[in-house]
Write a protein that binds this ligand. Structure first.
Ligand SMILES: C[S@@+](CC[C@H](N)C(=O)[O-])C[C@H]1O[C@@H](n2cnc3c(N)ncnc32)[C@H](O)[C@@H]1O
Length: 388
């Protein structure tokens, strides 16, 4: 069994925990942004294939106490590194240290390179860089924990996502927003500010029972103990989870160029037939019957286009209430006060960092108490948006 851990953006641990449970694993809380679990080879491979909110899956391979460099080297020499570093690969150490005598992270990495092998050769003209096996090294109160990365390129880098617009949402966040809202592909979904299509595409992948990263390579495939038969079986079982999407998944954006990027992304993701993407300003949204979820990432910043974000948020709120009555609403945004202009009943449910900006997911249920429309009377006549 591997002592594995899934790594996510801090704030998403609860949703990731539910994903691990759905894979029949037994998650246990770890440090911020880390959820631990035990896994055999099959389960480790499956976690990499199926987790939508994790950025990577690592395996703990050594844990020891070290208070000086001589001690660190001595204990590191006892580790069977050959088991984790494939032939022709160079080790790469990502070190953090807290409350420990060994605190100089670059010096810790240098000492580990002396034991395990030199850093990878950078790319030279006409030649690719030497492939690397990444290790995370956490030193906390003089206890050194070394983990091997089983993922390789981060899981948030979905291969289908080759075209992006302004301020794109990370796919792992989009998946977290959907799963954390309880959306499981059984009700309609709409994103009226869809940009390059991240939310509708993640939704379509869920609705169709498709893995988030498509057919990609993982670091564990190069490990000396890689089990090709087990891997073939994990990949083979993807077929049995595929299904037709039975709900409507729509995305729109006022920018026609970004919609064309969204369409190309959807094509690459293999979900083009399951999503409907069109250029449209939010005020032109058509009416929808319930139930459904509006999941969106509203524009950030003070102003958008020639208009004011307050006016746009108010417009969006009134359009959502009038044309999608009974729909749930989930919004990723940075400014809680601004978000109240969409609907007073929106409540923050998670916070996380996004490209250096702290953002929150705000939610409100479509089942509203009688007489509470969620609108602010002062805003009823608001129509000065960037679209007008
Ligand atoms: C934060 S971005 C959304 C990014 C998207 N989630 C992604 O991952 O690419 C906000 C989007 O709102 C769009 N937008 C701004 N004003 C709009 C309006 N009035 N109607 C529709 N879309 C609008 C912008 O073109 C931009 O693509």
């Amino acid at each position: 069994m591997f002592e594995a851990a899934a790594v996510c953006t801090p704030g998403l641990e609860e949703i990731l925990t539910e994903e691990l449970k759905a894979l029949k694993l037994k998650p246990k809380a770890g440090a911020a942004g880390v959820v631990g679990f035990k896994a055999n080879h099959r389960e480790l491979y499956a976690a990499n294939v199926w987790l939508r909110t994790a950025t990577r899956v690592v395996v703990r391979m050594a844990k020891f106490r070290a208070t000086d460099f001589a001690h660190l080297e001595e204990r590191a020499r006892e580790v069977d590194w050959k088991q984790w570093v494939p032939e022709g690969y160079a080790p790469e150490f990502r070190v953090t240290s807290k409350a420990s005598k060994l605190y100089h992270t670059d010096a810790i990495a240098q000492r580990l390179h002396l034991v395990v092998g030199p850093p990878g050769m950078p790319a030279r003209e006409g030649e690719p860089a030497q492939p690397v096996q990444r290790f995370t090294v956490r030193v906390v109160q003089d206890i050194v924990t070394v983990s091997a990365d089983s993922t390789g390129e981060g899981l948030q880098r979905r291969p289908w996502r080759q075209e992006i617009g302004v301020a794109p949402l990370r796919p792992t966040m989009a998946a977290a927003m959907l799963l954390g809202s309880g959306w499981n592909g059984q009700t309609d979904l709409l994103d009226p500010f869809c940009g390059s299509g991240t939310i509708p595409i993640e939704a379509a992948l869920i609705a169709k029972g498709m893995p988030p990263g498509g057919d990609r390579e993982f670091a564990f495939q190069q490990w000396p103990d890689f089990q090709p038969g087990t891997w073939a079986s994990v990949k083979g079982s993807i077929g049995s989870s595929l299904r037709e999407a039975t709900v409507t998944i729509e995305g729109s954006d006022r920018d026609a160029a970004v919609i064309s990027s969204a369409l190309s992304n959807a094509q690459r993701a293999g979900v083009a037939e399951a999503v409907s993407l069109s250029p449209m300003v939010v005020s032109h949204l058509k009416g929808h019957d319930g139930p459904g979820l509006i999941a969106t990432n509203t524009p950030y910043g003070k102003r958008v286009g020639d208009g004011d974000l307050t006016a746009l948020y108010r417009k969006f709120g009134s359009v959502a209430r009038e044309r999608c009555p009974g729909w749930d609403l989930a919004v990723v945004a940075s400014d809680a006060r601004l978000v109240k202009n969409i609907d007073r009943r929106l409540k923050p449910v998670w916070s996380f960092g996004h490209g250096g900006i702290p953002v929150k997911v705000f939610k409100r249920s479509g089942r509203t108490p009688e007489g509470d429309s969620g609108s602010d009377q002062r805003t009823q006549d608001e129509n000065q948006t960037d679209e007008s």
